[in-house]
Design a binder for this molecule. Structure first.
Ligand SMILES: [Zn+2]
Length: 264
């Protein structure tokens, strides 16, 4: 049986159209994940969905136990994760409710537990190819089958939050190349890499970033656009089983090799 983990951001609560088999409570060495993990099955693929902000969206981005979330997937034997994140568009051409596949990332977080290697082992994980290209290909093929347009080559910047950015910050982020802004990509991406898990990130365009559009950003606006994109995500998810591979041919699994400076 093939397995895929999905991390759902704001608005994506469950997979519609296939039966949920169970909710799995997982405990980890780093505490409890954001929610129980929902298990589904379609053809030869098991899908495990974790709601990043908790079942009832009560956990703010800076309060998420990212280590527990990634370790939960690892403990369940999941070696591939597709992560969705509600994001603001810095690139004006992105449509609200659309999906942008990230190809690179910038970390602007300030105060988060951002590694599994903070005790006896010092490791500097390589980030020269931040996302798994094999999993990106599988995702894009599934989106094509689902008739969902996905914009490629997004550059995602991750802020500490929970406040929204200022117009000057967005102007700065645009200058350094970012096209979307969110609050949850880091350290999630890094922790997955440290565990040897293939990881890709899909930005859900829920609003335009500050200064890009005049309208004030409201919670209602964010939720409504997330709802529209949830339909797209659902359709893609139901096509994943055709393209997720049994064996890995990417380097993700061995990413920790050669990065450890000392080990007791
Ligand atoms: Zn990979």
């Amino acid at each position: 049986m093939k397995k895929i983990g999905i991390i759902g951001g704001s608005g994506f609560n469950q997979i519609e159209g296939i039966e949920r088999l169970e909710n799995i409570e997982v405990s980890t060495d780093h505490g409890t994940p954001s929610a129980s993990v929902q298990r589904y099955k379609i053809e030869d693929l098991e899908i495990y969905l974790l709601k990043r902000h908790g079942m009832n969206h009560t956990i703010a981005p800076h309060k998420i136990n990212y280590r527990a979330n990634i370790e939960a997937f690892s403990n369940l034997g999941i070696d591939k994760i597709i992560a969705f994140a509600a994001s603001g568009a810095i690139n004006k051409s992105y449509k609200l409710g659309s999906l942008v596949l990230s190809s690179d990332a910038i970390d602007m977080t300030k105060n988060r537990a951002n590694t599994f290697f903070d005790k006896d082992i010092v490791a500097h994980i390589d980030m020269s190819e931040p996302f798994c290209t094999n999993l990106q290909k599988a995702f894009l093929k599934s989106a094509k089958d689902a008739n969902v347009e996905v914009t490629e080559n997004g550059i995602a910047i991750c802020t500490e939050g929970p406040r929204i950015e200022t117009p000057a910050e967005i102007k700065f982020y645009e200058k350094i190349g970012a096209t979307t802004v969110g609050m949850t990509l880091f350290p999630e991406l890094v922790l997955a890499r440290e565990k040897g898990i293939c990881y890709i990130s899909v930005a859900i365009i829920s609003n335009y970033a500050a200064g890009i559009e005049q309208n004030k950003i409201t919670a209602d606006m964010l939720i409504e656009n997330s709802r529209i994109s949830s339909e797209s995500i659902n359709k893609i998810t139901l096509n994943l089983h055709k393209y997720i591979e049994y064996s890995k041919t990417c380097p993700c699994e061995n990413s920790i090799e050669g990065t450890v400076l000392n080990a007791n």
